[in-house]
Write a protein that binds this ligand. Structure first.
Ligand code: UFG
Length: 369
């Protein structure tokens, strides 16, 4: 990737990293009509990756705005432009909106660890609410292109009943979910006042793999940790075995990232066709306990998963399972790869490939950093 650093009149630097073969864009100056592009914040991340891949494959120009705090940006497809910046960086955003005519925005960039949010609520409100307001102001100033927001099942907290539908009360039990609920309300009022077409996709548990896997440090998610334990890493710590669930371990609705990606494209089509916005659950309607996930991994990889019981993790609800009916009816979305066996197999394959790539890089004297 080629790097370009521009110093702005106010002394700040805006950094562009052009991926191979990319970077062509109108200047927006001197009467030249800027090229249109789709803006994807947090586009280098785990859930966004398969969306960026599909947008690029469809021939759309894609501008990714990402601070690369949890990903390297190396897995972006050729031709995608990466702007390394925070979503609250008004200077970088103004530059993006003047260089390109942004025809749609996918806003993924966020801090997303439930446990961490319990320790650092102010950082979560800053990164997930305050900074994206700057993005939203630019979106409104640019004439309100369709806006697809990465929300979360965490907005529901401990639902009164599962499966949970969009009409349920939002009572988050951790700051992460609270920030997602806040931003949905901000979108609601922005839609009313300015006509912003928006959709909030409430992901349940994003899982599986669709494209290159970038291991996270620290990894907090269940399936990668179960796979790591099966591969000979540290034993899995099972957080809570006294939940009011059939086997005492917490129940979640795991949805394949490839299916999530299709949900994003369906949301954009819906908004472009003038469809009514709002929140949509993206989940399967089927929940699996931690113990069931462990069993599925053992079956898929043919190895035992060493594990130890641990106390409940702060901020974790006992069970979260989607009623995905609205996304099915309105967006025409149906999960196709979200059965647990496929999720586990795809994640295992990607993890093995990432391990092989890291080993090859280490042999070549390149640590990948
Ligand atoms: N778990 C373990 N051991 C681990 C990791 C997780 O027992 O090493 C348990 C958790 O306690 C939880 C379940 O496995 O009960 C799933 O945990 P994850 O960390 O994989 O996912 P969460 O349900 O905590 O959170 C995920 C996303 C959030 C999102 C939420 C919505 O990370 O961003 O799903 O359902 F808000």
């Amino acid at each position: 990737m080629r790097e370009q650093v521009e110093r702005r009149p106010d002394g700040r630097e805006v950094r562009y990293f052009w991926s191979d073969g990319g970077g062509a864009a109108g200047t927006g100056a001197g009467g030249v009509r800027p090229a249109s592009a789709v803006l994807v914040t947090g586009g280098a991340g785990y859930v966004a990756g398969p969306v960026v891949q599909r947008l690029a494959a469809a021939g759309l120009a894609v501008v990714v705005l990402d601070n690369l705090s949890t990903s390297s940006g190396r897995t972006l497809p050729a031709g995608v432009t990466l702007v390394r910046a925070e979503v609250g960086d008004a200077v970088a955003l103004r530059e993006v909106f003047s260089r390109w005519r942004i025809e749609a925005v996918f806003h993924f960039a966020a801090d997303s660890r439930v446990g961490e949010s319990m320790q650092q609520p102010l950082a979560y409100f800053r990164h997930n609410v305050r900074e994206p307001l700057v993005l939203l102001e630019q979106v409104v100033a640019a004439g309100c292109p369709p806006f697809v927001f990465s929300s979360s099942a965490a907005v529901y907290g401990v639902p009164e009943a599962v499966p949970v539908a969009e009409e349920a009360h939002l009572r988050p039990v951790n700051p992460y979910g609270e920030t997602k609920a806040h931003f949905e309300r901000i979108l609601h009022w922005t839609g009313l006042a300015h006509g912003l077409p928006w959709v909030a996709l409430r992901y349940f548990n994003a899982a599986g793999a669709d494209g290159p896997w970038e291991p996270k440090v620290p990894e907090t998610h269940l399936i990668p940790n179960v796979l790591a334990a099966a591969a000979g890493g540290a034993p899995l710590r099972v957080f809570g075995s006294d939940y009011p669930t059939p086997d005492g371990t917490a129940v979640r609705d795991y949805v394949h990232v490839a299916d999530l990606a299709e949900g994003h494209l369906a949301a954009l089509r819906h908004l472009r066709a003038g469809g009514a916005g709002g929140p949509f659950n993206l989940g399967t309607g089927v929940g699996y306990s931690v113990a069931q996930v462990v069993a599925a991994v053992e079956a898929a990889v043919g190895r035992p998963v060493p594990r130890e019981m641990a106390p409940r993790r702060a901020g974790d609800p006992p069970a979260l399972v989607a009623d995905p009916g609205r996304a099915q009816r309105v967006l025409g979305w149906r999960p196709r790869r979200s059965d647990l066996a496929t999720i586990v197999r795809d994640a295992w394959t990607a993890l093995q490939a990432a391990g092989a790539a890291a080993a090859a890089a280490a042999r070549a004297g390149d640590t990948g950093r």
